[in-house]
Design a binder for this molecule. Structure first.
Ligand SMILES: Nc1ncnc2c1ncn2[C@@H]1O[C@H](COP(=O)(O)OP(=O)(O)OP(=O)(O)O)[C@@H](O)[C@H]1O
Ligand SMILES: [Mg+2]
Length: 405
């Protein structure tokens, strides 16, 4: 990849982008926890208010039962009548239900069904709050002759308020998740369009002068003055390389067709192209168990991947060391290609990031080499590419997994 003086900025941008995700997640968490805490305060206040209301209701019942001749009867009745939200059940000393309020009972139900529903409601109420006593006094000597109990549970409003923050947080989480997927999808499809568009345009732009160059080479080839001087052959080599580059760009811009290819052969093509162009202190060694291992690949794109991995290896070794390429057969008919270097390794915390577009630690890097390699291997070959191991003292091994032919 060509040099890029502004690449540190692209690394920064990449970092900012991941930070932004954490910030959004953090803020959402704070809002959710805040909502839950605030609603909890409201719930507690409302619980207290309902308790008071039931106590008042019980008092009113007590008055009404104890002294029906009282002149404030209309007030107590008003209080009893006013409780139209908190479910209550009044039971006698033996625990038998005397009356109930605000419990949904259909008039069409049989007595058994009604009793059953009331019993269940009573059991529920006993679990949530302690009962409020109603002391019944003898009209004559004012002695206590019975104690009845009022049981109650949360009003519908309170029950809903308790659930509200959880429902709200779940809805927000689902909404956030769907938005995230949609955003990711649109980002990926936009990136795809950029990759494809730029690649096609590049192939197209190089294509026109290239055809004309090819024609000129043919003209020069016939020139008797240039014969046997080697110029034309050198020119022809460069044109061939340019054709390969054009083919790579045009393939990435379309759906490449995979063919059964000899992997050892392809690796050797790349090595024999790269070796003479590298420092003499860099050795590339190729190992294979069998020279006839075949895989379904698109040769120009696959060679591009190998070239990118080897160039990264050379950079990591600072132009001194050995690159070992091993071709292996994996389980369930996979072809494995391991590219190892003796370079400086990738720090553990960066291993996850090296395939992300724009990620680079180099002064003059675009951070596109591995992103392109991943795209070629995973999207076009349905294979895998990953960092198999990396160590500061031993260097790095990248592994490519392909389906065998
Ligand atoms: N073999 C390796 N050893 C150590 N670090 C590596 C190796 N291969 C990749 N890296 C790290 O991963 C980063 C991303 O690599 P990638 O090939 O995507 O981009 P680049 O080489 O920086 O730029 P370019 O777009 O020119 O290839 C590198 O900058 C480097 O930090
Ligand atoms: Mg690179």
């Amino acid at each position: 990849m060509p040099g890029n003086p502004s690449s540190p900025a692209s690394t920064e941008f990449y970092k900012d982008n991941t930070n932004l995700k954490w910030i959004i997640l953090g803020v959402s968490l704070i809002i959710s926890v805040g909502t839950i805490l605030f609603t909890n305060i409201l719930v507690n206040q409302l619980k207290e208010r309902e308790r008071h209301q039931v106590e008042l209701f019980a008092k009113a019942l007590e008055y009404t039962i104890n002294d029906s001749g009282n002149e404030i009867l209309f007030i107590t009745e008003e209080i009893i009548f006013k409780n139209n939200s908190i479910p209550t059940i009044l039971v006698d000393e033996k625990g038998e239900i005397i009356s109930y309020h605000n419990i949904e009972i259909s008039p069409e139900w049989s007595k058994e069904k009604k009793d059953e529903v009331l019993k269940e409601a009573l059991a529920d109420m006993k679990k949530v709050y302690p009962a409020i006593d109603i002391v019944l006094k003898d009209a004559g000597n004012q002695g206590t002759f019975a104690v009845q109990k009022v049981y109650y549970k949360n009003s519908m409003l309170l029950a809903e308020l308790i659930l509200f923050p959880y429902v709200e947080t779940s809805i927000l989480a689902i909404f956030g998740f769907i938005s995230y997927l949609a955003f990711n999808y649109s980002k990926t499809s936009e990136q795809n369009r950029v990759w494809v568009g730029l690649a096609k345009e590049t192939a197209h732009q190089i294509g026109t002068p290239l055809s004309s160059l090819m024609a000129w080479v043919e003209v020069l080839r016939d020139d008797p003055e240039l014969k046997n001087k080697g110029f034309v052959e050198e020119l022809d080599k460069d044109i061939r390389k340019l054709r390969i580059v054009t083919e790579r760009f045009s393939s990435i811009g379309s759906t490449p067709i995979l063919k059964e290819e000899n992997v050892f052969q392809l690796v050797n093509n790349v090595v024999s192209y790269l070796q003479p162009r590298l420092s003499s202190k860099v050795k590339i060694e190729v190992y294979t168990l069998s020279e006839s291992i075949k895989a379904n690949v698109h040769a120009p794109l696959f060679e591009w991947v190998l070239e990118n991995l080897c160039k990264n290896a050379v950079d990591a070794m600072e132009n001194t060391g050995t690159i070992a390429i091993k071709i292996l057969r994996g389980s369930d008919s996979k072809v494995l290609i391991d590219i190892s270097d003796t370079g400086k390794g990738i720090p553990k915390k960066l291993v996850q990031s090296v395939f992300k577009p724009g990620f680079t630690t180099k002064k003059r890097g675009w951070g596109l080499g591995l992103a392109l390699a991943k795209r070629i291997i995973e999207m076009y070959h349905e294979g895998k590419i990953f960092v198999k191991s990396s160590d500061e003292s031993q260097g790095t091994t990248f592994r490519i997994e392909l389906k065998s032919a």
